[in-house]
Design a binder for this molecule. Structure first.
Ligand SMILES: O=C[C@H](O)COP(=O)(O)O
Length: 256
């Protein structure tokens, strides 16, 4: 089965509103409509930038989707500092990153929380981009496949096939994030294939063949093509290179 590739830019905690508007305009200006038909493209700015960026994308009528970087699973209430799914949905988010390693490692996000967020997003019609990935020590111990596939099992716990098919998984080895040290295409493919095999075990091969598995970790315009040509890599979750419109658009072109 051919899965449409997805290139998603995770802007992390970068860009004030005026800066975000400029970056969105630059991406919109550089994007080739034919490429945007062939590849799904999303940008995931910080919460405060979501509405201004959405306004730019709508004004330009450009086929680029909007995603959030995190969300809370309860719909409303006394959860100071959190942002709800109805809030991001109302702005127009169709994707939301969950379980990014920075959230797991710096903010104590757990597998259970990732599962609650992913399920609540699916229920609301927003595609979770579920991030998984091992640290360097786990890789060096040689148990990275078990580690990553157990994160996948935890994130998809309690879902049925109809739910699972609406999720996206992003394999992001922690040692490759923001380090300039990219996983080789073979290393990335090995884990992405193991993720797909786990989804097949949980939900059947038909579902596993439909779920997009992205790679993230120092992906840039120079290394994207070789990663994206791997049979089980269906796109990229891009950090640093997503902050440069030219680089981001070059990655989109490589995904075609
Ligand atoms: O979500 C994106 C990843 O953490 C990758 O970040 P990076 O491309 O800066 O390594």
């Amino acid at each position: 089965m051919t899965r449409k590739k997805l290139i998603a830019g995770n802007w992390k905690m970068n860009e004030t509103i005026p800066e975000a508007v400029v970056l969105a305009q630059e991406i919109s200006n550089l994007a080739d409509p034919a490429a945007l038909d062939a590849v799904d493209v999303a940008v995931c700015p910080p919460f405060v930038d979501l509405k201004p960026v959405k306004t730019v994308l709508e004004f330009d009528r450009v086929n680029i989707a909007l995603g959030a970087q995190n969300v809370y699973w309860e719909p409303a209430g006394a959860f100071t500092g959190e942002i709800s799914i109805p809030m991001i949905k109302e702005i127009g988010c169709t994707y939301c990153i969950v379980g990014h390693s920075e959230r797991r490692n710096l903010f104590g996000e757990t597998n259970e929380g990732v599962n609650l967020k992913a399920r609540a997003l699916i229920e609301a019609g927003i595609a979770p981009i579920v991030c998984v990935g091992e640290s360097l020590s786990v890789r060096d111990e040689g148990v990275y496949l078990d580690f990553v596939t157990s994160q996948v099992r935890a994130a998809f716990a309690g879902m049925d096939a109809e739910d699972a098919v609406r999720a996206v998984v992003a394999y992001e080895p922690v040692w490759a994030i923001g380090t300039g040290r990219t996983a080789t295409p073979e290393q990335a493919e090995e884990v992405c294939a193991a993720i797909r095999a786990t989804l097949a075990e949980l939900f059947g091969d038909d579902v596993a063949q439909q779920v997009r598995v992205l790679y993230g970790g120092s992906m840039n315009e120079g290394n994207a093509a070789l990663l994206l040509v791997q049979p089980d890599i269906d796109g990229g979750l891009i950090g640093g290179a997503a902050l440069k419109a030219v680089s981001f658009i070059e990655i989109v072109k490589a995904a075609r």
